[in-house]
Design a protein. Structure first.
Length: 405
């Protein structure tokens, strides 16, 4: 699918931004007006135009709130949050020290927090104890009754943020009677940007404290906690579920069995061999040349170096080798829904590998390009993704809740 751009990466990220319009995260006209001022592969124009749109919409929200128009304020602030996130997406030369990355990501968080305070259903900012630090999160509640309800723990991916969880899961969940506990983990969102914590493959070390926290909340039914992994979260959530057995269900959007293999299948065999042999003096210059020719590759490798705490592209790719479900998928006990996107440009074939390795009750659903849902994580088809996911969760958790005869 090509959406407003021929450049594959620009197309996908624009579709991602626009796809959140379902839940107030974008206005399609704003997206089109922004995109038409951006040249193919022009990362400087991308930042400038999305920032301009974010600032303009942010100002609308601020004025509306000051004038007491709280619904208008909430709507504008949600869009601004998504646009600020989109604006800094390609700024990856030195993101750990880039003041523009820090400023735009902070504005994305601030505008979302302001919108959350105006929502019709309760949203609570939480801090989840984690080792010597804490993970920022949001608890999105169905209502303020305190009634224990089925709850989704949302785990995002390689580049998504805590604030994105509202559009990707929470808005759809709360209207169906599910709470959502979302968080930024190591390598993600504010935890990466503010605390400098990078990804780790043993995600059970992250999820277990999150489940521990969930079980302290009276609003969360302890026997109906589901874990949803989004993008790279499809691996992270599955890895965690292999060791954390207090989960009632698992959803992988999309399934990811071997992150290293998904990465290196695009790399020439000689380059892969250099990387595996530690010949970084040969591998890194060649990788740099390839990055010049591809927006997608350039962004992914630069983001990977940052988010994985790597020293170089070759070091990053070697680190991904630990991100595999080999020997672990069969340890997952809870019912599992694995989603597959027919045209997935990142994880093609990976959901089928997950499906083949699972021994728990499991279901694979492929969403098709013909229905507009074939992109990675079904971007642009959020209603279809949510329909499949929540219908499955309804059936799975209701069945679990029924006493055996």
């Amino acid at each position: 699918m090509r959406f407003l751009f021929e450049d594959e990466s620009f197309s996908f990220e624009t579709l991602r931004a626009a796809g959140f319009a379902n839940y107030g995260g974008a206005d399609v006209g704003e997206v089109v007006a922004t995109a038409r001022n951006i040249g193919e592969g022009d990362e400087e124009a991308w930042l400038r135009e999305w920032k301009n749109t974010a600032e303009r919409v942010h100002a609308i929200g601020t004025r509306a709130q000051a004038d007491g128009h709280l619904v208008s304020a909430r709507e504008a602030l949600l869009r601004a949050s998504n646009y600020y996130r989109t604006a800094e997406f390609y700024r990856r030369d030195d993101p750990a020290h880039d003041p523009e990355v820090k400023r735009l990501s902070a504005l994305s968080r601030e505008t979302f927090a302001a919108a959350a305070a105006l929502m019709d259903t309760p949203v609570e900012a939480v801090h989840i104890p984690y080792e010597d630090a804490s993970l920022p999160g949001y608890l999105f509640l169905v209502d303020d009754s305190g009634t224990p309800r089925p709850t989704i723990i949302f785990t995002s991916g390689f580049d998504s943020t805590l604030e994105e969880s509202y559009f990707a899961a929470a808005a759809a969940a709360t209207r169906r009677g599910y709470n959502v506990l979302a968080y930024d983990g190591p390598g993600q969102g504010a935890v990466l940007r503010e605390q400098g914590l990078t990804f780790r493959p043993d995600w059970e070390a992250v999820i277990t404290p999150v489940v521990d926290y969930a079980l302290t909340r009276a609003e969360i039914a302890p026997d109906r906690i589901a874990l949803l992994g989004y993008s790279l979260g499809g691996y992270l959530a599955a890895r965690a579920a292999a060791h954390e057995h207090r989960l009632a269900a698992l959803v992988l959007d999309d399934g990811l069995y071997d992150y290293h293999e998904a990465h290196t299948r695009f790399i020439a065999p000689f380059l892969r061999e250099w990387i595996e042999n530690g010949q970084d003096d040969l591998a890194n210059p060649v990788a740099g040349l390839l990055m010049q020719a591809s927006t997608q590759l350039r962004w992914a490798l630069r983001n990977g170096v940052w988010a994985f705490g790597a020293d170089s592209v070759a070091d990053y790719i070697r680190r991904t080798a630990d991100y595999t479900l080999e020997g672990r998928a069969q340890l997952i006990e809870c019912p599992t829904l694995t989603l597959d996107a027919e045209g997935d440009q990142f994880f093609q074939g990976q959901p089928q590998l997950v499906q083949a390795a699972l021994t728990c009750p499991h279901t694979l659903v492929t969403l098709r390009e013909a229905e507009g849902a074939g992109e990675h994580c079904h971007m642009g088809a959020m209603y279809r993704f949510h329909q499949v996911t929540f219908d499955w969760l309804d059936s799975t958790l209701n069945s679990r809740a029924q006493p055996s005869s």
